[in-house]
Design a protein around this ligand. Structure first.
Ligand SMILES: [Cu+2]
Length: 188
């Protein structure tokens, strides 16, 4: 989403609603990330398969190189919805708060993310707040993250721009704390 559409969206929302939070949820996903950017799958020079179980990632740690474009293939062999999210621990902590809001609103269930309109499961259409009690603009569309339903598979391709220590994590409430986090080392 462009910065402009974020501003337009928040402006129209401000007109009609009482603000409960000082930082709007929909403004928090940054448009850019200092450790890299999403890339099309056909630009990847390497694929890494990560298996998700109920409260585990296999392998538990990953190593990539700065400048590398990696296609992560996420296979959910558990019974619950899981997330694969690239970031540092502070980013994960913030995203856990957002996902808690989604869970409390009824949008996030143990096995999936509820479609907000037309019965569609398309994440891009989830931002319109059709569900009573849900904050308008609440959505799960961060480019550094993908949700994988139980028994399903999904992909995320990312170009790592610089060396550093990151984490891959599931930020569904309780999962990170139960062990769904691994070290992601980006070597020079
Ligand atoms: Cu999880």
């Amino acid at each position: 989403m462009s910065m402009q559409s974020v501003l337009l969206r928040s402006r129209s929302f401000l007109g009609g609603c009482l603000m409960l939070l000082t930082t709007p949820l929909w403004a928090s996903p940054a448009a850019s990330y200092d450790f890299g950017q999403p890339a099309p799958a056909n630009k990847a020079t390497r694929s890494i398969e990560v298996v998700m179980g109920d409260m585990s990632f296999t392998p538990k740690a990953l190593e990539v190189k700065a400048g590398e474009t990696v296609r992560f293939v996420l296979v959910n062999k558990g019974q619950l919805l899981h997330e694969f999210n690239l970031g540092d621990s502070a980013m994960h902590a913030r995203h856990q708060q957002e996902m808690l809001q989604m869970q409390q609103s009824g949008m996030l269930t143990p096995t999936g993310m509820k479609a907000m309109e037309h019965g569609s499961m398309d994440h891009a259409s989830m931002g319109h707040g059709a569900m009573p009690g849900m904050a308008p603009g609440m959505q799960h569309d961060d480019p550094n993250s993908v949700l994988v339903e139980p028994g399903k598979q999904a992909e995320l391709t990312w170009t790592f721009s610089k060396s550093g220590s990151l984490e891959f994590a599931c930020n569904i409430p309780g999962h990170y704390q139960a062990g769904m986090v691994g070290k992601l080392t980006v070597s020079p």
